[in-house]
Design a protein around this ligand. Sequence first.
Ligand code: NI
Length: 175
Amino acid sequence: MAARKVLKMGHPLLLEKSHEVTQFSTKELQHLIRDLRDTMHAEEGAGIAAPQIGVMRRVVIFGVEKDNARYPGRGEISETVLINPIITPLDDTLEDGWEGCLSVPGMRGLVPRYTRVRYQGFDENGQKIDRDVDGFHARVVQHECDHLDGILYPMRIQDMREFGFKEELKDKLGC
Ligand code: NI
């Protein structure tokens, strides 16, 4: 029930594949979700994945409030716990967008993601989730679910000139 330490890029667990959740409504799962939520809020992130706090389970949480100062003009994403996710692109369209990550503090990079995806999985009570989303919401889901397969966003940057420290990129980031 507390914000946990976030592992940073270079930690070997961030490169590993996480395991499916097989039992819902357990104390262990509730505890994990509470810690993820507390850590995400403490760090003001748009999302976090269980392996980022060293728990190798296929659990992510994400959400952005309206008018979040870190994500101006990006719109709202209602807070979602997503377990054992499956992402299916709805078409081949990709778009570039700037990303950051709590495991790569202070940095931003330009990453191509599918513009429109369907995501399926379960919430913390084992209820099915099935949504079609686009834009920033689609980007956040793809970023968080990548963590479950040991992929960090810098591994998806196509032009490494579009990767750097946030304060040096402020003209490109527009904030
Ligand atoms: Ni991340």
